[in-house]
Design a protein around this ligand. Sequence first.
Ligand SMILES: Nc1ncnc2c1ncn2[C@@H]1O[C@H](COP(=O)(O)OP(=O)(O)OP(=O)(O)O)[C@@H](O)[C@H]1O
Ligand SMILES: [Mg+2]
Length: 335
Amino acid sequence: MAIIEVENLRKDFKIAKRETGFLGALKSVVNRQFITKEAVQGISFSIEKGEMVGYIGPNGAGKSTTIKMLTGILVPSSGKVTVNGLVPYEDRKKNAKNIGVVFGQRTQLWWDLPTIESFELLKDIYGVSDTRYQENMDTFTEILGLNEFLNTPVRQLSLGQRMRADIAASLLHDPEILFLDEPTIGLDVVAKEKMRDFIQEINKQRQVTVILTTHDMEDIEKLCKRMVLIDHGQKVYDGNIDTVKAKYGKTRTLVVDVEQNGKELTLQGGSLIKEEGNRKWISFNRTEISASELINQITKTHNISDLTVEEPEIESIISRIYQEGFSNTEEPIQV
Ligand SMILES: Nc1ncnc2c1ncn2[C@@H]1O[C@H](COP(=O)(O)OP(=O)(O)OP(=O)(O)O)[C@@H](O)[C@H]1O
Ligand SMILES: [Mg+2]
Protein backbone atom coordinates (compact mmCIF):
# COMPACT_ATOMS: atom_id res chain seq x y z
CA MET A 1 0.00 0.00 0.00
CA ALA A 2 1.19 3.49 -0.79
CA ILE A 3 2.33 5.58 2.16
CA ILE A 4 -0.05 8.40 1.20
CA GLU A 5 -3.43 7.76 -0.41
CA VAL A 6 -5.74 10.58 -1.40
CA GLU A 7 -9.03 9.86 -3.09
CA ASN A 8 -11.49 12.41 -4.36
CA LEU A 9 -10.48 14.79 -1.62
CA ARG A 10 -12.50 17.98 -1.26
CA LYS A 11 -12.41 21.00 0.98
CA ASP A 12 -15.01 23.73 0.93
CA PHE A 13 -14.62 26.85 3.02
CA LYS A 14 -17.73 28.69 4.07
CA ILE A 15 -16.94 32.36 4.07
CA ALA A 16 -19.26 34.98 5.60
CA LYS A 17 -20.27 37.53 3.01
CA ARG A 18 -19.53 41.03 4.20
CA GLU A 19 -21.31 44.12 3.07
CA THR A 20 -19.71 47.51 3.18
CA GLY A 21 -20.71 50.48 5.34
CA PHE A 22 -22.38 50.60 8.71
CA LEU A 23 -25.79 49.44 7.52
CA GLY A 24 -24.14 46.72 5.51
CA ALA A 25 -22.19 45.52 8.56
CA LEU A 26 -25.40 45.47 10.58
CA LYS A 27 -27.14 43.53 7.85
CA SER A 28 -24.27 41.04 7.79
CA VAL A 29 -24.69 40.42 11.52
CA VAL A 30 -28.47 40.10 11.45
CA ASN A 31 -28.78 38.15 8.28
CA ARG A 32 -25.50 36.35 7.78
CA GLN A 33 -24.94 35.08 4.29
CA PHE A 34 -22.25 32.68 3.28
CA ILE A 35 -20.47 31.90 0.10
CA THR A 36 -18.67 28.64 -0.47
CA LYS A 37 -15.08 28.51 -1.65
CA GLU A 38 -14.22 25.15 -3.16
CA ALA A 39 -10.52 25.15 -2.34
CA VAL A 40 -9.87 21.49 -3.19
CA GLN A 41 -12.26 19.92 -5.67
CA GLY A 42 -11.82 16.17 -5.78
CA ILE A 43 -8.10 15.48 -5.90
CA SER A 44 -6.70 11.93 -6.00
CA PHE A 45 -3.12 10.69 -5.92
CA SER A 46 -0.96 8.17 -4.14
CA ILE A 47 2.63 8.42 -3.09
CA GLU A 48 5.01 5.56 -2.43
CA LYS A 49 7.46 5.35 0.43
CA GLY A 50 10.69 7.20 -0.29
CA GLU A 51 9.28 9.29 -3.14
CA MET A 52 9.96 13.00 -3.38
CA VAL A 53 7.03 14.71 -5.06
CA GLY A 54 6.59 18.34 -6.07
CA TYR A 55 3.09 19.63 -5.38
CA ILE A 56 2.81 22.59 -7.66
CA GLY A 57 0.23 25.20 -8.57
CA PRO A 58 -0.40 28.93 -8.79
CA ASN A 59 -1.42 31.07 -5.81
CA GLY A 60 -4.69 29.92 -4.32
CA ALA A 61 -4.65 26.58 -6.18
CA GLY A 62 -5.26 24.60 -3.00
CA LYS A 63 -1.76 23.34 -2.17
CA SER A 64 -1.58 24.41 1.46
CA THR A 65 -5.18 23.30 2.02
CA THR A 66 -4.24 19.81 0.78
CA ILE A 67 -1.15 19.72 3.00
CA LYS A 68 -3.26 20.79 5.97
CA MET A 69 -5.65 17.88 5.34
CA LEU A 70 -2.73 15.47 5.08
CA THR A 71 -1.30 16.70 8.36
CA GLY A 72 -4.63 16.61 10.19
CA ILE A 73 -4.92 20.38 10.70
CA LEU A 74 -8.02 20.52 8.50
CA VAL A 75 -10.90 18.06 8.19
CA PRO A 76 -11.84 17.31 4.57
CA SER A 77 -15.37 18.14 3.38
CA SER A 78 -15.41 14.76 1.65
CA GLY A 79 -13.15 12.13 0.15
CA LYS A 80 -10.56 9.84 1.64
CA VAL A 81 -7.10 10.45 2.94
CA THR A 82 -4.69 8.08 4.63
CA VAL A 83 -1.14 8.81 5.68
CA ASN A 84 0.87 5.79 6.73
CA GLY A 85 -2.40 3.91 7.20
CA LEU A 86 -3.93 6.58 9.46
CA VAL A 87 -6.72 9.04 8.79
CA PRO A 88 -4.91 12.25 9.79
CA TYR A 89 -7.84 14.23 11.25
CA GLU A 90 -9.10 11.22 13.25
CA ASP A 91 -5.70 10.21 14.58
CA ARG A 92 -4.02 13.55 14.72
CA LYS A 93 -1.58 12.70 17.52
CA LYS A 94 -0.49 9.37 16.05
CA ASN A 95 -0.19 10.94 12.64
CA ALA A 96 1.98 13.72 14.09
CA LYS A 97 4.53 11.11 15.17
CA ASN A 98 4.90 9.89 11.59
CA ILE A 99 5.19 13.26 9.92
CA GLY A 100 7.35 16.35 9.95
CA VAL A 101 5.94 19.62 8.73
CA VAL A 102 7.50 22.90 7.68
CA PHE A 103 5.37 25.86 6.66
CA GLY A 104 7.90 28.28 5.23
CA GLN A 105 5.58 31.21 5.88
CA ARG A 106 5.20 30.48 9.58
CA THR A 107 7.44 29.00 12.24
CA GLN A 108 6.51 26.09 14.48
CA LEU A 109 9.10 27.19 17.02
CA TRP A 110 8.44 29.18 20.17
CA TRP A 111 9.01 32.78 19.20
CA ASP A 112 10.42 34.05 22.50
CA LEU A 113 12.57 31.09 23.50
CA PRO A 114 16.18 30.47 22.58
CA THR A 115 16.15 28.10 19.59
CA ILE A 116 17.67 25.21 21.53
CA GLU A 117 14.79 25.32 24.01
CA SER A 118 12.27 24.82 21.21
CA PHE A 119 14.20 21.73 20.20
CA GLU A 120 14.18 20.46 23.78
CA LEU A 121 10.45 21.04 24.07
CA LEU A 122 9.85 19.11 20.84
CA LYS A 123 12.05 16.31 22.16
CA ASP A 124 9.75 15.98 25.19
CA ILE A 125 6.54 16.34 23.18
CA TYR A 126 7.54 13.56 20.81
CA GLY A 127 9.26 11.42 23.45
CA VAL A 128 12.59 11.31 21.61
CA SER A 129 15.25 9.40 23.58
CA ASP A 130 18.29 11.31 24.86
CA THR A 131 20.70 9.40 22.62
CA ARG A 132 18.61 9.79 19.47
CA TYR A 133 18.09 13.47 20.18
CA GLN A 134 21.82 13.98 20.55
CA GLU A 135 22.59 12.05 17.35
CA ASN A 136 20.07 14.04 15.37
CA MET A 137 21.19 17.34 16.85
CA ASP A 138 24.81 16.52 15.99
CA THR A 139 23.92 15.66 12.39
CA PHE A 140 21.66 18.68 11.85
CA THR A 141 24.07 21.06 13.57
CA GLU A 142 26.83 19.92 11.30
CA ILE A 143 24.91 20.06 8.02
CA LEU A 144 22.75 23.10 8.78
CA GLY A 145 25.22 25.06 10.90
CA LEU A 146 22.80 25.51 13.79
CA ASN A 147 25.56 26.31 16.27
CA GLU A 148 25.77 29.97 15.40
CA PHE A 149 22.25 30.67 16.65
CA LEU A 150 21.18 27.92 19.06
CA ASN A 151 21.06 30.34 21.98
CA THR A 152 19.35 33.14 20.06
CA PRO A 153 15.60 33.62 20.54
CA VAL A 154 13.67 32.57 17.46
CA ARG A 155 12.29 36.07 16.96
CA GLN A 156 15.83 37.36 16.38
CA LEU A 157 16.79 34.78 13.74
CA SER A 158 17.25 35.76 10.13
CA LEU A 159 14.83 34.11 7.70
CA GLY A 160 17.50 31.66 6.52
CA GLN A 161 18.43 30.73 10.08
CA ARG A 162 14.79 30.34 11.06
CA MET A 163 14.11 28.06 8.11
CA ARG A 164 17.13 25.89 8.99
CA ALA A 165 15.93 25.67 12.58
CA ASP A 166 12.41 24.80 11.42
CA ILE A 167 13.47 21.96 9.16
CA ALA A 168 15.77 20.53 11.85
CA ALA A 169 12.88 20.75 14.33
CA SER A 170 10.56 18.91 11.94
CA LEU A 171 12.98 15.98 11.74
CA LEU A 172 13.97 15.54 15.39
CA HIS A 173 11.51 12.68 15.94
CA ASP A 174 12.59 10.77 12.80
CA PRO A 175 9.34 11.10 10.86
CA GLU A 176 8.80 8.87 7.84
CA ILE A 177 7.09 11.62 5.89
CA LEU A 178 8.05 15.23 5.51
CA PHE A 179 5.66 17.94 4.30
CA LEU A 180 7.43 21.05 3.13
CA ASP A 181 5.20 23.99 2.24
CA GLU A 182 7.47 26.54 0.56
CA PRO A 183 10.66 25.66 2.45
CA THR A 184 12.84 28.00 0.38
CA ILE A 185 10.58 31.05 0.28
CA GLY A 186 12.51 34.28 0.72
CA LEU A 187 15.92 32.62 0.95
CA ASP A 188 18.93 33.87 -0.97
CA VAL A 189 20.50 31.74 -3.70
CA VAL A 190 23.13 30.17 -1.44
CA ALA A 191 20.69 29.40 1.36
CA LYS A 192 18.25 27.86 -1.15
CA GLU A 193 20.96 25.63 -2.47
CA LYS A 194 21.90 24.49 1.05
CA MET A 195 18.29 23.78 1.88
CA ARG A 196 17.89 21.70 -1.28
CA ASP A 197 21.05 19.71 -0.51
CA PHE A 198 19.75 19.01 2.96
CA ILE A 199 16.32 17.86 1.74
CA GLN A 200 17.98 15.60 -0.82
CA GLU A 201 20.28 14.14 1.82
CA ILE A 202 17.40 13.40 4.19
CA ASN A 203 15.42 11.71 1.44
CA LYS A 204 18.37 9.60 0.37
CA GLN A 205 19.90 8.69 3.71
CA ARG A 206 16.73 8.19 5.69
CA GLN A 207 14.27 7.20 2.96
CA VAL A 208 11.98 9.98 4.14
CA THR A 209 9.02 10.50 1.81
CA VAL A 210 8.84 14.18 0.87
CA ILE A 211 5.98 16.29 -0.44
CA LEU A 212 7.15 19.70 -1.41
CA THR A 213 5.20 22.76 -2.47
CA THR A 214 7.12 25.66 -3.92
CA HIS A 215 6.94 28.45 -6.46
CA ASP A 216 10.61 28.01 -7.24
CA MET A 217 10.89 25.65 -10.19
CA GLU A 218 14.57 25.12 -9.47
CA ASP A 219 13.54 23.37 -6.24
CA ILE A 220 11.43 20.98 -8.26
CA GLU A 221 13.97 20.45 -10.96
CA LYS A 222 16.74 19.70 -8.48
CA LEU A 223 14.72 17.56 -6.09
CA CYS A 224 11.75 15.84 -7.69
CA LYS A 225 11.28 13.27 -10.43
CA ARG A 226 7.54 13.53 -10.15
CA MET A 227 5.22 16.48 -9.90
CA VAL A 228 1.54 16.82 -9.18
CA LEU A 229 0.26 20.00 -10.74
CA ILE A 230 -2.95 21.52 -9.46
CA ASP A 231 -4.96 24.54 -10.49
CA HIS A 232 -8.23 25.88 -9.08
CA GLY A 233 -8.42 22.92 -6.69
CA GLN A 234 -8.13 20.31 -9.43
CA LYS A 235 -5.34 18.07 -10.56
CA VAL A 236 -4.00 19.08 -13.94
CA TYR A 237 -1.03 16.74 -14.26
CA ASP A 238 0.60 13.95 -12.30
CA GLY A 239 3.74 12.35 -13.58
CA ASN A 240 7.32 12.55 -14.58
CA ILE A 241 8.90 15.97 -14.94
CA ASP A 242 10.99 14.80 -17.90
CA THR A 243 7.82 13.80 -19.76
CA VAL A 244 6.47 17.31 -19.40
CA LYS A 245 9.76 18.75 -20.50
CA ALA A 246 9.83 16.50 -23.55
CA LYS A 247 6.25 17.31 -24.46
CA TYR A 248 6.39 21.03 -24.00
CA GLY A 249 10.06 21.56 -24.46
CA LYS A 250 10.12 21.66 -28.25
CA THR A 251 10.98 25.31 -28.28
CA ARG A 252 14.61 26.28 -28.21
CA THR A 253 16.20 29.67 -28.30
CA LEU A 254 19.25 30.37 -30.42
CA VAL A 255 21.26 33.24 -29.00
CA VAL A 256 23.70 34.73 -31.50
CA ASP A 257 26.10 37.66 -31.49
CA VAL A 258 26.19 39.00 -35.04
CA GLU A 259 28.27 41.79 -36.50
CA GLN A 260 26.13 44.68 -37.64
CA ASN A 261 26.55 45.32 -41.37
CA GLY A 262 23.43 47.22 -42.23
CA LYS A 263 21.80 44.15 -43.69
CA GLU A 264 18.56 42.81 -42.33
CA LEU A 265 18.40 39.41 -40.70
CA THR A 266 15.98 37.19 -42.57
CA LEU A 267 14.90 34.03 -40.88
CA GLN A 268 12.82 31.16 -42.13
CA GLY A 269 11.53 28.80 -39.47
CA GLY A 270 12.63 30.93 -36.55
CA SER A 271 11.44 34.15 -35.00
CA LEU A 272 13.38 36.99 -33.53
CA ILE A 273 12.10 37.47 -29.99
CA LYS A 274 14.63 39.85 -28.45
CA GLU A 275 17.53 42.10 -29.46
CA GLU A 276 20.18 43.81 -27.36
CA GLY A 277 23.05 45.46 -29.21
CA ASN A 278 24.65 42.76 -31.34
CA ARG A 279 22.92 39.94 -29.47
CA LYS A 280 19.77 38.38 -30.89
CA TRP A 281 17.46 35.78 -29.44
CA ILE A 282 15.77 33.56 -32.02
CA SER A 283 13.07 31.16 -30.97
CA PHE A 284 12.43 28.00 -33.00
CA ASN A 285 10.61 24.70 -32.86
CA ARG A 286 13.26 22.01 -32.92
CA THR A 287 10.92 19.52 -34.58
CA GLU A 288 10.61 21.86 -37.56
CA ILE A 289 14.09 23.25 -37.97
CA SER A 290 17.49 22.53 -36.47
CA ALA A 291 19.77 25.09 -34.88
CA SER A 292 22.42 24.44 -37.53
CA GLU A 293 19.99 25.19 -40.36
CA LEU A 294 19.15 28.49 -38.72
CA ILE A 295 22.83 29.27 -38.24
CA ASN A 296 23.41 28.52 -41.94
CA GLN A 297 20.72 31.02 -42.85
CA ILE A 298 22.26 33.71 -40.68
CA THR A 299 25.84 33.20 -41.90
CA LYS A 300 24.70 33.89 -45.48
CA THR A 301 24.33 37.55 -44.57
CA HIS A 302 26.10 38.03 -41.22
CA ASN A 303 29.23 37.01 -39.36
CA ILE A 304 28.48 35.27 -36.11
CA SER A 305 30.98 35.89 -33.29
CA ASP A 306 29.30 33.82 -30.60
CA LEU A 307 26.31 31.54 -30.20
CA THR A 308 24.46 29.34 -27.70
CA VAL A 309 21.27 27.30 -27.77
CA GLU A 310 19.05 27.61 -24.71
CA GLU A 311 16.58 25.00 -23.54
CA PRO A 312 13.28 26.13 -22.13
CA GLU A 313 13.18 26.43 -18.40
CA ILE A 314 10.73 24.25 -16.56
CA GLU A 315 9.33 27.53 -15.27
CA SER A 316 8.15 28.68 -18.69
CA ILE A 317 6.74 25.22 -19.40
CA ILE A 318 4.72 25.24 -16.19
CA SER A 319 3.34 28.69 -16.85
CA ARG A 320 2.24 27.46 -20.28
CA ILE A 321 0.44 24.52 -18.70
CA TYR A 322 -1.29 26.90 -16.25
CA GLN A 323 -2.46 28.98 -19.18
CA GLU A 324 -3.37 26.26 -21.65
CA GLY A 325 -3.99 23.22 -19.46
CA PHE A 326 -2.19 19.93 -19.95
CA SER A 327 -3.24 18.25 -23.16
CA ASN A 328 -3.10 14.49 -23.31
CA THR A 329 -3.67 14.25 -27.03
CA GLU A 330 -0.20 15.03 -28.22
CA GLU A 331 2.43 12.31 -28.23
CA PRO A 332 5.45 13.15 -26.13
CA ILE A 333 8.68 13.50 -28.03
CA GLN A 334 11.62 11.45 -26.85
CA VAL A 335 14.57 13.51 -25.72
N1 LIG B 1 -9.19 29.13 6.26
C1 LIG B 1 -9.67 29.54 5.08
N2 LIG B 1 -10.90 30.11 4.99
C2 LIG B 1 -11.40 30.49 3.81
N3 LIG B 1 -10.78 30.32 2.63
C3 LIG B 1 -9.58 29.75 2.64
C4 LIG B 1 -8.95 29.33 3.86
N4 LIG B 1 -7.74 28.78 3.56
C5 LIG B 1 -7.63 28.87 2.22
N5 LIG B 1 -8.71 29.46 1.67
C6 LIG B 1 -8.93 29.69 0.22
O1 LIG B 1 -8.78 28.47 -0.45
C7 LIG B 1 -8.05 28.63 -1.67
C8 LIG B 1 -6.81 27.76 -1.66
O2 LIG B 1 -5.89 28.25 -0.71
P1 LIG B 1 -4.48 27.59 -0.41
O3 LIG B 1 -3.88 28.30 0.74
O4 LIG B 1 -4.64 26.12 -0.30
O5 LIG B 1 -3.69 27.93 -1.76
P2 LIG B 1 -2.17 27.63 -2.15
O6 LIG B 1 -2.20 26.76 -3.36
O7 LIG B 1 -1.42 27.15 -0.97
O8 LIG B 1 -1.67 29.08 -2.60
P3 LIG B 1 -0.26 29.83 -2.36
O9 LIG B 1 0.62 29.43 -3.48
O10 LIG B 1 -0.63 31.27 -2.47
O11 LIG B 1 0.25 29.45 -1.02
C9 LIG B 1 -7.77 30.12 -1.78
O12 LIG B 1 -8.76 30.70 -2.59
C10 LIG B 1 -7.88 30.62 -0.37
O13 LIG B 1 -8.33 31.94 -0.32
MG1 LIG C 1 0.14 27.90 0.18
